[in-house]
Design a protein around this ligand. Structure first.
Ligand SMILES: *[C@@H]1O[C@H](CO)[C@@H](O)[C@H](O)[C@H]1NC(C)=O
Length: 234
């Protein structure tokens, strides 16, 4: 009886090892994806994705697994695959033109934000532009990607952070806005109705408890990531 139990647990354990190994081979990845549209955030959160075919109205159905244009020898999860999964999960739509010359989609619309002659969708890893299409961009667990609708006069991608993510009613908390790429302070950005100073900081004091979600905005800049501050009572 005892031996039987041990054997069973050993099988469960071996099964677990097998599944972990499969995940390690890059068959799927969970990434942090943020999609900033023209007037609002379209998606911000974790998305699990694996390499798969993608269909758009303009471009039709094609593979989107990193082997596009011979970028990687084996298939795996990609940025445009993650966009497509987020769209299905959240119920928004997107479109893209397919270019067979580089075997990738050029994103033309996400949600209601449509490319124009001076506005277009950009793909960034962290706060740096990526230099390949989204079906060639392989993604790994924990990666941070930003897909942003930007105008020609976009000058920066805002990043929001706080010294502390919990505070109490009446207890000030200092929030900082930086140019995500240069990591320099951004003056004149708006957070919770207040403007950042020359050090890119606002001091917020909350009059009631709860969970506050904050983002920073500024003209000619891509709005920031969201942060959540827990405000406790007395
Ligand atoms: C933000 O940083 C990038 C990278 O250093 C720089 O090219 C850009 O001009 C900066 N934007 C502003 C408004 O300072």
């Amino acid at each position: 009886m005892r031996l039987f139990l041990i054997t069973n647990w050993a099988l469960v354990y071996l099964g677990f090892l097998y599944l972990s190994a499969a995940a390690d081979h890059g068959s799927s990845a969970t990434i942090n994806l943020r999609i900033e549209g023209e007037t609002s955030t379209i998606f911000e959160g974790r998305i699990k994705t694996k390499g798969h075919k993608v269909t758009t109205a303009l471009g039709g159905t094609h593979k989107c697994d990193g082997t596009n244009d011979g970028k990687y020898p084996t298939a795996g999860p990609t940025l445009t695959g993650a966009l497509d999964d987020a769209a299905h999960l959240e119920g928004f739509t997107w479109d893209g033109q397919w270019f067979s010359s580089f075997e990738d989609y050029f994103i033309t619309r996400i949600g209601g934000s449509q490319n124009t002659a001076s506005k277009f969708w950009g793909l960034l890893k962290g706060y740096e532009f990526i230099d390949v299409g989204g079906c060639q961009e392989r993604v790994s667990n924990g990666d941070q990607f930003l897909i942003a609708y930007e105008a020609l006069d976009t000058q920066q991608y805002l990043r929001l952070s706080s010294a502390s993510y919990s505070t109490k009613v009446g207890e000030p908390v200092i929030i900082t806005v930086t140019n995500g790429t240069a990591q320099t302070p951004v003056e004149g950005a708006t957070v919770n109705g207040q403007m950042t100073d020359a050090d890119g900081k606002v001091t917020l004091t909350f009059t009631s408890g709860g969970l506050r979600q904050l983002k920073a905005e500024k003209l000619n800049a891509i709005r920031s990531n969201a942060i959540a501050i827990f405000v406790g009572g007395y």
